[in-house]
Design a protein around this ligand. Structure first.
Ligand SMILES: NC(=O)c1ccc[n+]([C@@H]2O[C@H](COP(=O)([O-])OP(=O)(O)OC[C@H]3O[C@@H](n4cnc5c(N)ncnc54)[C@H](OP(=O)(O)O)[C@@H]3O)[C@@H](O)[C@H]2O)c1
Length: 185
């Protein structure tokens, strides 16, 4: 099996919603900073992490913030040529998750791989044999959403304590949330 481990990272509200109208239903600065830190930090300064996302998630990132800096951005789409043409230099556009993994394997300077959404990409990654951990921010509030995090099979994924992840409740304005980590057995 390939050595590339897929880490998922997502923020979901009580009804497991992750998005509405092509954007995030909430504005949580510290949560966003956590996403940036987790997906960017490396233990080997000569390496970089990769982020894998669906084409709609790519579209949702404001133009001034994409590609996500200090990470290799990989976009999944069925319209590779059309998206490649519009994407900035350095963005990798591929037709499947396995192609994304093969690309990462072909490089020796990628440390960690983060799957950053949306729904179908999370589902494919969770069902993939290379899936490792799910970093899920559990927001203690319901929002109206049109995009949802797939069901986590709790027989397969167990809640674990990670030293690098704060365990205490986080509060931003009137919203509280927990950073959770699930590991596949
Ligand atoms: N809360 C969070 O953590 C979080 C994280 C990410 C996104 N979001 C939110 O989620 C929403 C976007 O997510 P989404 O689920 O609608 O879309 P998405 O998964 O980001 O993108 C879907 C697109 O990805 C491509 N795709 C999907 N599966 C593929 C496969 N197996 N092979 C090749 N291409 C594939 C297709 O692109 P083509 O149509 O081009 O073929 C498909 O239309 C937004 O509201 C965003 O803000 C939230």
């Amino acid at each position: 099996m390939s050595k590339v481990k897929l880490n998922l990272i997502a923020a979901a509200c009580e009804n497991m919603g992750i998005g509405a109208n092509g954007t995030l239903p909430w504005k949580l600065k510290t949560e966003m900073a956590y996403f940036t830190t987790m997906t960017t930090k490396v233990s080997d300064d000569n390496k970089t992490n990769a982020v894998i996302m669906g084409r709609r998630t790519w579209d949702c990132i404001p133009v001034k913030y994409r590609p996500l800096i200090n990470r290799v951005n990989i976009v999944l789409t069925h319209q590779v040529d059309a998206i490649k043409e519009k994407a900035p230099d350095g963005v990798i556009v591929v037709p499947s998750l396995d192609e994304a993994i093969s690309y990462i394997e072909s490089r020796d300077d990628i440390e960690s791989t983060w799957v950053i959404g949306g729904s179908s990409i999370y589902k494919a990654a969770m069902e993939h044999p290379n899936c490792g951990k799910i970093y899920l921010t559990e927001i203690q509030k319901s929002f109206t959403c049109d995009t949802f995090f797939p069901n986590i099979d709790k027989q397969q994924f167990h809640l674990v304590d990670e030293e690098e992840v704060p365990g205490e409740r986080q509060v931003e304005g009137d919203i509280s949330y927990f950073f959770r980590v699930y590991r596949r057995l």
